[in-house]
Design a protein around this ligand. Structure first.
Ligand code: PRP
Ligand code: ZN
Ligand code: MG
Length: 225
C-alpha cells in the first residue's frame, strides 16, 4: 500500500539521466535499495519513495500529483507542457532547481551528403521528431511550413528509412548523428536536467522533508563548483 506521507520522487528508469539521478539521491543522503525491474524503491532511512519510469511520463506524473517531485530533462518538460496545454490539461509545475547534468541540445539534422543548408531548405520538408510541439513552435516562429512525423525512438534512422527528409532530435556527444550520416544544424533548445515539484503539494510532513533536502542539494552543487 502507498503511504500518503511519503514523498514520491519520479526518476528515469533507464537512459541518459538514470545514473546521475541515482547518484544525486545518494549525495542527498537518501538510502535506496534499487532492485532491477522494480517500479518503486522505498528509501530505508527517510519517508521517500522513488518511482522509476519512462522520462516522458515524469512531467505528467508530477502535474497530476501522482508524484510530488520529478527529475527530468527540460526538453521533456517543455514538450509535455506544450502537449498538455494543447489538450487543455493542467500543465503546472514548479521548477525547484536546474541540475548540473543531462546537458543536451535539441537540434535539426539532415543527410550529410546534402551539405550545409539554410533554414529555408526545410520549407515543405518532412521532419521526424519526438518533440513535435517544440518543433512546430520553432517552425512557426521562423515562418517555415514543414510537416512533422512523430517517432518516439530511432529518430536518427528516419531519413535513411525514407520516413522523413530530416530530423529534430537530441544531441549530446554527436555520436548518434555521426553514426547515421547526419549533419547537425540549428539548435532549437538547450536543456539540462531539472528538479520539478507539484505546486499543489500541501502535506506539512512532506514539505518539512523537502525543506531539509533542498539545502543539501544546494550544498552538493556548491561542493562541485
Ligand atoms: C538521445 C537522442 C539520441 C542520443 C544522442 O536519446 O535521441 O539517440 O541521445 O546522443 P549522442 O549525441 O551522445 O549520440 P536519449 O538517450 O536522450 O533518450 P531517448 O531514449 O528518450 O531517445
Ligand atoms: Zn510499497
Ligand atoms: Mg534516443
Amino acid at each position: 500500500m502507498s503511504d500518503n506521507n511519503r514523498l514520491r520522487i519520479a526518476i528515469q528508469k533507464s537512459g541518459r539521466l538514470s545514473k546521475d539521478c541515482q547518484d544525486l539521491l545518494k549525495q542527498l543522503g537518501v538510502k535506496l535499495n534499487l532492485r532491477e525491474q522494480r517500479l518503486i524503491a522505498h528509501a530505508t532511512n527517510m519517508p521517500i519513495d522513488v518511482l522509476r519510469v519512462r522520462d516522458d511520463d515524469i512531467p505528467g506524473l508530477v502535474m497530476d500529483g501522482v508524484c510530488d517531485l520529478g527529475i527530468v530533462g527540460e526538453n521533456v518538460l517543455v514538450e509535455s507542457q506544450a502537449e498538455r496545454q494543447a489538450q487543455k490539461l493542467n500543465a503546472n509545475v514548479t521548477k525547484l532547481a536546474k541540475l548540473d547534468f543531462g546537458y543536451c541540445r535539441l537540434a535539426l539534422a539532415w543527410p550529410q551528403e546534402l551539405g550545409q543548408q539554410p533554414l529555408s531548405w526545410f520549407e515543405g520538408k518532412k521532419i521526424a521528431t519526438t518533440y513535435p510541439e517544440i518543433l512546430k513552435q520553432f517552425l512557426k516562429a521562423q515562418g517555415i511550413n514543414a510537416s512533422t512525423v512523430l517517432l518516439s525512438g530511432s529518430v536518427e534512422v528516419a531519413p535513411r528509412a525514407g520516413l522523413a527528409d530530416a530530423i529534430c532530435d537530441l544531441v549530446s556527444t554527436g555520436a548518434t548523428l555521426e553514426a547515421n550520416g547526419l549533419l547537425q544544424g540549428e539548435t532549437i533548445l538547450e536543456s539540462n536536467a531539472c528538479l520539478i515539484q507539484n505546486p499543489a503539494m500541501d502535506n506539512p510532513q512532506k514539505q518539512a522533508l523537502l525543506d531539509t533536502l533542498l539545502p543539501r542539494l544546494k550544498a552538493v552543487r556548491q561542493a562541485k563548483e
